[in-house]
Design a protein around this ligand. Sequence first.
Ligand SMILES: Cc1cc2nc3c(=O)[nH]c(=O)nc-3n(C[C@H](O)[C@H](O)[C@H](O)COP(=O)(O)OP(=O)(O)OC[C@H]3O[C@@H](n4cnc5c(N)ncnc54)[C@H](O)[C@@H]3O)c2cc1C
Length: 419
Amino acid sequence: MSMPVSTLPEEFLPRDTADVVRTVRDSRKNTKPLIIRGGERPDEELHLPDHGQVLSLRKMNRVQVVDADARTVRVQAGAKLSDIDRTLAAHGLGLPVVGDHRDITAGGFAAVGGLSAASHKYGMFSDNVVELEYVDQDGRFGTCGRTHHVERFRKILGGGGRTGIITALTLEVNTVDKDRTWLTSDAHRFLDFDTFVEQSYKAIQSPGDSLLQSGRWVDTAPLKVSRPVGTGHVQLGTVRFGQWSSLHPTTPNLSLRARREVGARARKSLGAIASSASGRAGMPVRNAAAGALMFAPKVLTLRDAEYLADTVISSSERGPAYRVSLFAPMSSYTRVFHGLHDLFSGHRERTGCFTVISAMTYGVRSGYLRELDNEDHAFITFTCRLRPAALPSELLRDIVSSIDEICVAERARRYDPTD
Ligand SMILES: Cc1cc2nc3c(=O)[nH]c(=O)nc-3n(C[C@H](O)[C@H](O)[C@H](O)COP(=O)(O)OP(=O)(O)OC[C@H]3O[C@@H](n4cnc5c(N)ncnc54)[C@H](O)[C@@H]3O)c2cc1C
């Protein structure tokens, strides 16, 4: 049964919320598709479909109330997670789950679910939402939360904006000083995929006191070097490498602080190298710098760690890639991981459509997911660099339907934050 929305007249709404209501109603009248944007997108006009209209929440970016006793914060939907966290820090508080990009907004993150390397401990961002305000598809304003209009609340969280535009949220927060919470990395490296998956499974099942965790796997197609005409190719072999990292709290001492300084400088330089290497020719440099950043041993603060991937993502996102992300119940984790890897590497071998195959994984202890399967889950995401000419649309369709079959057989669920 769909739940009623509040009938609060428009004139009683805050002005910016009333603007959202009006924009949605107008778009319905003139049947223009509405594109919701959480934050700033300098390139948004480039992606604007014909006759579409952008509704941006970037001006609704205030952190409105911090309640240190209740450990909650009320924010407008367009507030960036990094800004919310900065405001919370002044109160000795912090967000449990933040995306690895500084510009992600609270509304956008809640609308997709929201994951991070802390999700093995704190679930999804949406698990930490207490209540929210929204405007539905008909332009009606409403509120819902854990204890009222629960059905609608769940539909909006993770609904990708299709089930309501979030205008404000109340979030549960942690008592934590992210700038003084020091972490040290316990890293295990693997050259063999089976062992990597097996160890990741164990680490997700038993995370101990780790505050952040993640496993990364990379393998390349055999590198070939052209010889002079007529003599064919020389095959140099495949790079296969994985790492599981758990970041545990530690007490800072002088040596740790010094290592953090060195590490921070090294990361900054690698980030700069990765960002400056442009074009096709720069791809190996970018990948190498991004890899070094990811796999480098780390002593760092929780805040450093949360945004570590920011530079890497911005610098290594270039270039065509096929990406799939999903939640696997722990009972089928290893089968899902192997199934996807076999699928991508098999297609790479047969058609050469993919080049570098990389994967990332961590645990997700989410109340919402648990309700569906009564067990914990892991997040698995594969990014496959591709050769567009070798990936015609029929082949892509085959790959997508094979992934769907794996999902159905293993009760895995897609996570599509770009939906
Ligand atoms: C560089 C980068 C790094 C990322 N890292 C992570 C990560 O670590 N973990 C993770 O889980 N996801 C990650 N994502 C995905 C990200 O969480 C989603 O794309 C999220 O929607 C982005 O929020 P935004 O505020 O930037 O929204 P936008 O990019 O502006 O909008 C994306 C979509 O979100 C929906 N949306 C935005 N605001 C609202 C709102 N107020 N109400 C309802 N729907 C809304 C709309 O459907 C919109 O089309 C990343 C994305 C990028 C680009």
